[in-house]
Ligand binder design. Structure first.
Ligand SMILES: Cc1ncc(COP(=O)(O)OP(=O)(O)O)c(N)n1
Ligand code: 3NM
Ligand code: MG
Length: 212
């Protein structure tokens, strides 16, 4: 069972990225997605190696945003791919069955396609406006999630769905009620002055009805 909280990294430099990821791990996040856009492959490789070591130390899951070959090169736990990134089947052919492959969706049809192609989880968004990502797909809101997750139930499609995009602590109860498995967040953790307290509060809400 995948963790219900995924932290997506932020930072303009390798140092800032690593600091943010280190702080998220210290705060109790145990799933990290390295998202470091528009950088040279040397810089991305250097960061990925450092993050991999850190995640091993913290026994955290480490996935890479966008870059299947980097994922393979550093033997990360997996990759997250959007609708315009490498295809899920192409990534699976390179990474094999054991690696985690996450896929982005904005609609029920996207979920159908990505699931058929063999992804392991869906990142469904955006929930609401966020400054973290440019060129957002249409906002879904709680109603959008409820409608898509209901359709999945009707059509017997069973795959963990993560809500993403501008999510705050106050949104979690309603999101979980729609049937999402968990959330992927960036800004709220990166910006929080009290990260440990926030991660505890997020997990309390995410796992409120889970019998462990
Ligand atoms: C968990 C999760 N869900 C969705 C995304 C978005 O991926 P993508 O559409 O490829 O956009 P970028 O993150 O690459 O800008 C994600 N990264 N993680
Ligand atoms: C990386 C990403 N993808 C999205 C999508 O809708 O596909 S929203 C998003 C940004 C997530 O960061 P924050 O929690 O700061 O909004
Ligand atoms: Mg992408």
């Amino acid at each position: 069972m995948f963790n219900k909280l995924q932290y997506i990294s932020q930072g303009e430099t390798n140092e800032k990225q690593l600091q943010n990821i280190h702080q998220a791990l210290d705060a109790g996040c145990n799933w990290i997605q390295m998202r470091f856009k528009n950088q040279t492959s040397e810089k991305r490789f250097a960061l990925a190696e450092a993050v991999k070591n850190l995640c091993e130390e913290y026994l955290a899951t480490f996935i890479v945003n966008d870059d299947v070959l980097l994922t393979q090169k550093i033997a990360a736990d997996g990759v997250h791919l959007g609708l315009t990134d490498m295809s899920i089947s192409g990534a699976r052919a390179i990474l094999g069955e054991k690696k985690i492959i996450g896929a982005t969706a904005n609609t029920f049809e996207d979920i159908l396609l990505q699931t058929k192609n063999g992804c392991d989880y869906i990142g469904l968004g955006p929930f609401q406006f966020t400054e973290t990502k440019e060129k957002l797909s249409p906002i879904l809101g709680t109603e959008g999630y409820a409608s898509i997750l209901n359709k999945m139930k009707t059509e017997n499609i069973s795959i963990p769905v993560y809500a993403i995009g501008g999510i705050t602590l106050e949104n979690i109860e309603n999101l979980i009620k729609t049937g999402v498995h968990g959330i992927a967040v960036s800004g709220i953790i990166t910006k929080s002055p009290e990260k440990e307290k926030l991660v505890q509060q997020l997990n309390d809400k995410l796992y409120a009805n889970v019998i462990l």
